[in-house]
Design a protein around this ligand. Structure first.
Ligand code: GDD
Length: 335
């Protein structure tokens, strides 16, 4: 039986990956901070996994965990993952997102050199990308504290791979969402608000940059890509993406349609509004509070390398994903 250690096991990706690896007959051990060990994401698998309280930012606890367990595979999914928050908490972001992965790599090098390592890297390392769609060769120049911290980790993975022979792969992950996405992220904020508006629990939703385009896939498809990266002969970096950019505004259109509401848009800039075509009521407004100091307006990834070399396939389309998220939030709120 193979042993996998998942950091951030209680999060969206960690919990989906744990379920997937259990279905492949792995022994699954999670490293999670105390406050996350009772997350509802892992409620249904609590008796099938082992949880160790720990923090990737604490080198001693990581070293001890790796030494004690000597896992076949480590998936590093622990992160301060909210880009907007990285301006308010740049130091915590760096400790977790930059130094955390290095703590794991160094522990593997010292105590368990046969362990294979997956690092959740991100399209945020491209900053304002020079190519479209982005590939594994696109120039890297992050512009957010989050992206800069993730880039440090990204390059350290390459360093440990090249200089110490550690099997270490980065998934350059584009946005991936699900019913388990945190409500601070725009997709879940929208699906949850659409459900609340539909049930008469909320008047309208306030958003930031409606023109921002992201490449949104379904998280359970992405964790399969992570697994595939560690089943290869050689470690390498792979983009996981759909290749289809969608604007925040269009995400709203599709999410509201899933609840039977057709939107039309009026005005521009701060005055832009999404209006219910049937009733004339304003359901979406712009609030500058949700703007970021700087960001890329368009991320779109080319997943060809993962598709051809890993045989990575996505099973859930963008439209199906939005539908699932809205229906899930409607069910939750009805309860
Ligand atoms: N969160 C949020 N809230 N974002 C908004 C809002 C709002 O009210 N209005 C517009 N947006 C825009 C943001 O400006 C951004 O351009 C886009 O919606 C997506 O924002 P998020 O959902 O917060 O995700 P992200 O793209 O910043 O980061 C996510 O994807 C990265 C790439 O995979 C996170 O999961 C990162 O951890 C990840 O690296």
């Amino acid at each position: 039986m193979k042993k996998a250690l998942i950091t951030g096991i209680a999060g969206q990706d960690g919990s989906f990956l744990a379920e997937f690896l259990l279905s492949k007959n792995y022994e699954v051990i999670g490293l999670a901070k105390k406050e996350f060990t009772t997350s509802e994401n892992i409620e249904n698998i609590q008796d099938k996994i082992k949880i160790i309280n720990g923090d990737v930012a604490d080198f001693d606890s990581v070293l001890k965990t790796v030494k004690d367990i000597k896992p076949d595979e480590i998936y590093n999914l622990a992160a301060q993952s909210f880009v907007a928050d990285s301006w308010n908490n740049p130091s915590i972001t760096a400790q977790c997102n930059a130094l955390g992965p290095v703590n794991i790599l160094e522990s593997i090098k010292r105590e368990s050199p046969n362990t294979k390592f997956f690092q959740a890297s991100t399209c945020e390392i491209f900053g304002k990308p020079k190519d479209s769609p982005q590939t594994e060769e696109t120039a890297i120049h992050p512009i957010t504290p989050y992206g800069i911290a993730k880039l440090y980790a990204h390059l350290m993975v390459e360093t440990y791979r090249k200089n110490y022979g550690v099997f270490a792969s980065c998934g350059i992950l584009f946005n991936h969402e699900s019913e388990r996405r945190g409500k601070q992220f725009v997709t879940r904020k929208i699906s949850n608000s659409v459900a609340s508006i539909k049930l008469g629990l909320l008047d309208h939703i306030e958003l930031g940059n409606l023109n921002s385009q992201r490449d949104w896939g379904y998280a359970p498809d992405y964790v399969k890509g992570m697994y595939l990266m560690l089943q290869q002969e050689k470690s390498d970096d792979f983009i996981l993406a759909t290749g289809k950019p969608v604007k925040v505004r269009d995400f709203c259109n599709i999410a509201f349609l899933s609840a039977g509401i057709e939107l039309e848009w009026e005005g521009s800039g701060l005055e832009e509004k999404g209006i219910d075509k049937k009733t004339g009521k304003t359901l979406v407004k712009v609030n500058p509070k949700f703007f970021r100091p700087t960001e890329s307006n368009i991320y779109v990834g080319n997943p060809q390398k993962a598709e051809t070399q890993l045989n990575w396939k996505r099973e859930v389309s963008f439209e199906q994903m939005v539908e699932k998220m809205v229906q899930h939030d409607l069910e939750l709120l009805k309860k």
